[in-house]
Design a protein around this ligand. Structure first.
Ligand code: NAD
Ligand code: GLY
Length: 345
């Protein structure tokens, strides 16, 4: 078993990685919480695969287990689904010491996490991520929430879990499209880190080094969140490639999946970064070569994307907090006016 301590002063917790370990999740949670009930929230795709194993594990550890299976997909990351989960907690008499377990991808993690954050002003939360994206990114760091009709993740909170429990064997059932989504975030970490993560992504050997890869990405994110839990500055680094990535997703009417859009967004921002003072062009070119190995070409001109950035919720009125690369392994956040940003493309 590998573990990463996310050492926040108020709410420190561990990210545990154990290949094939899902059947042991209950015993890892038992010493961390007082209450005897857990609500396992999962979706209709994950339930037939892993709900039984997880339920038995919590039962063996002495918990009363209630399951809530929700519809799968971003379309269901809504206040309705969230209220359904809240309703289950109320109906089943959950108390402050009890626990919500989010078993699934980022949608379940964010939505169930928000239910845990708000039911009785906050009950225990355990994240058991089952997509690559959730294992390397969304289950870590406490951003929870749901979408509103006006935009994504508009209703939410920062709410840290008591534990993140990762079994990379659950990724064996992941559809190819979801695997590609996770790899988009993997490219982001490779550019940010520049070390072994870059090597693994550059060799296209994530599947051969799966637990090490997830461990390194999770560790990278944990170190950032420790320093800037509420995203006042440093955590913005994790948005590398996302400003243009979100615009690409929007422009395609969400036909281009998130990971693919981040990949294109990363390539565009690396090209722009080469124009900045002090840029290590040779190093950035290596990053671009790595991204190219993952194929595809952005179907839009940057000129079509830039107006959409102004509507991104991460944009303040006239500025954006753009994330650029000085070289692979050294990125930085820079408050930039739209006008300055536009001149880089
Ligand atoms: P998802 O949760 O929709 O999962 C993708 C699909 O894979 C779903 O159909 C799901 O049922 C299925 N699935 C999950 N695990 C599986 C498994 N092991 N085997 C087979 N199928 C499986 O999507 P996602 O990509 O995991 O997460 C995307 C969400 O994460 C978005 O809503 C995004 O906003 C959010 N997110 C949050 C953060 C954060 O910090 N909280 C960071 C990044 C993304
Ligand atoms: N995925 C960005 C963050 O958690 O801050």
């Amino acid at each position: 078993m590998k573990s990463i301590r996310l050492g926040l002063s108020q709410n420190p917790y561990d990210i545990l990685l154990e290949q094939g370990g899902l059947e042991r999740v209950g015993e890892e949670v038992r010493p961390l919480v007082h209450g005897k009930s857990v609500l396992i929230v999962t979706d209709e795709n994950v339930a037939p695969l892993y709900l039984d194993l997880a339920t038995k594990s919590f039962e063996r550890a002495g918990f009363r287990v209630v399951a809530k299976v929700v519809k799968a997909g971003e379309h269901h990351k809504t206040t309705e689904t969230y209220l359904d989960v809240i309703d289950a907690l109320g109906r089943e008499g959950f108390l402050r010491d009890d626990t919500v377990v989010a078993l699934g991808g980022g949608v379940v993690g964010d939505m169930a996490g928000f239910a845990a954050a708000t039911y009785m002003r906050g009950i225990n939360l355990v994240q058991v991520p089952t997509t690559l994206l959730a294992q390397i990114d969304s289950s870590i760091g406490g951003k929870v929430g749901v979408d509103l009709e006006y935009g994504k993740n508009l209703l939410g909170a920062f709410y840290q879990p008591k534990l993140v429990f990762v079994d990379v064997d659950t990724l064996s059932t992941l559809p190819e499209r979801e695997w590609q989504n996770g790899l988009g975030e993997g490219l982001k970490y490779a550019v940010l880190d520049g070390g072994r993560l870059f090597e693994i992504m550059d060799e296209k050997s994530v599947k051969d080094n799966l637990e090490e890869f997830v461990f390194l990405c999770a560790g990278y994110k944990a170190r950032i969140v420790e320093q800037d839990e509420k995203e006042s500055n440093l955590r913005r680094l994790l948005n590398l490639g996302h400003t243009l990535g979100h615009a690409i997703e929007k422009k395609s009417g969400f036909e281009i999946p998130h990971g693919e859009a981040v990949k294109f967004g990363l390539a565009l921002i690396l090209q722009a970064s080469k124009k900045l003072d002090g840029a290590d062009v040779a190093s950035i070119d290596k990053g671009l070569e790595m991204i190219e190995k993952y194929g595809g070409k952005c179907p839009f001109d940057t000129a079509e994307l830039l107006p959409l950035i102004k509507n991104d919720k991460k944009a303040e009125s006239t500025h954006i907090n753009a994330v650029f690369a000085k070289r692979i392994g050294e990125c930085f956040v820079q408050k930039t006016t739209f006008r300055e940003f536009e001149t880089l493309f």
